[in-house]
Write a protein that binds this ligand. Structure first.
Ligand code: GDP
Length: 183
């Protein structure tokens, strides 16, 4: 478990990482919160969650508490507690594994069963650095995201492409909807 030095914040947003084993969930979390990448991440037991503080344009401070499955998905048993109270999710597939995209509808169903419909979901096609191994075109990810009303980005936890953007866009959208609801 990691956390940065305690910092004052206005909001705490729980965000969950969801998707098949091996798509890069832990590495997206490490890249965003610690700027680290691990080649062999599953030799150790994963963290439960890590936090990062984000400063919004209007001066408000959000503490994002980002949860990793720590390998639970390998046993097809993500607990209800994992999803409870989540404001948003990164739904991750691997652009070099077509099956990981084909499983996205199942993960989305599971998310929607456990969490309020208002939750903000970003579909993420990870490992976009592996262009030569690509099995999923960017248009396929975009199309699925449009059909399901999700945000969408391709990322690379290895070379940092769009990692910061994926998390911060998700957090900004959660904040935008929250403010809208409060009006
Ligand atoms: P998880 O099971 O979804 O948490 O996936 P991991 O974060 O453990 O990553 C699985 C494997 O993919 C590891 O060997 C990582 O080093 C590798 N990996 C993760 N993200 C990327 C990426 O963006 N690019 C490349 N080339 N490899 C990645």
């Amino acid at each position: 478990m990691t956390s940065e030095k305690e910092e004052e914040h206005d909001y705490l947003f729980k965000i969950v990482l969801v998707g098949d084993s091996g798509v890069g969930k832990s590495n997206l979390l490490w890249r965003f919160t610690r700027n680290e990448f691990h080649l062999d991440s599953k030799s150790t037991i994963g963290v439960e969650f890590a936090t990062k503080t984000i400063h919004l344009e209007d001066g408000k401070v959000v503490k994002a508490q980002i949860w990793d499955t720590a390998g639970q998905e390998r046993y097809k048993a993500i607990t209800a507690a994992y999803y409870r109270g989540a404001f948003g999710a990164l739904l991750v597939y691997d652009i070099t594994q077509r099956a990981s995209l084909e499983n996205i509808p199942r993960w989305l169903r599971e998310l929607r069963e456990h969490v309020d419909n208002q939750m903000v979901v970003m579909l993420v096609g990870n490992k976009c650095d592996l262009r030569h191994l690509r099995q999923v075109e960017i248009e396929q990810g975009k199309k699925l995201a449009e059909e399901e009303g999700l945000l969408f980005l391709e990322t690379s936890a290895l070379d940092s492409t769009n990692v910061e953007e994926a998390f911060t866009q998700l957090i900004r959208e959660i904040y935008r909807l929250m403010k809208k609801k409060a009006l």
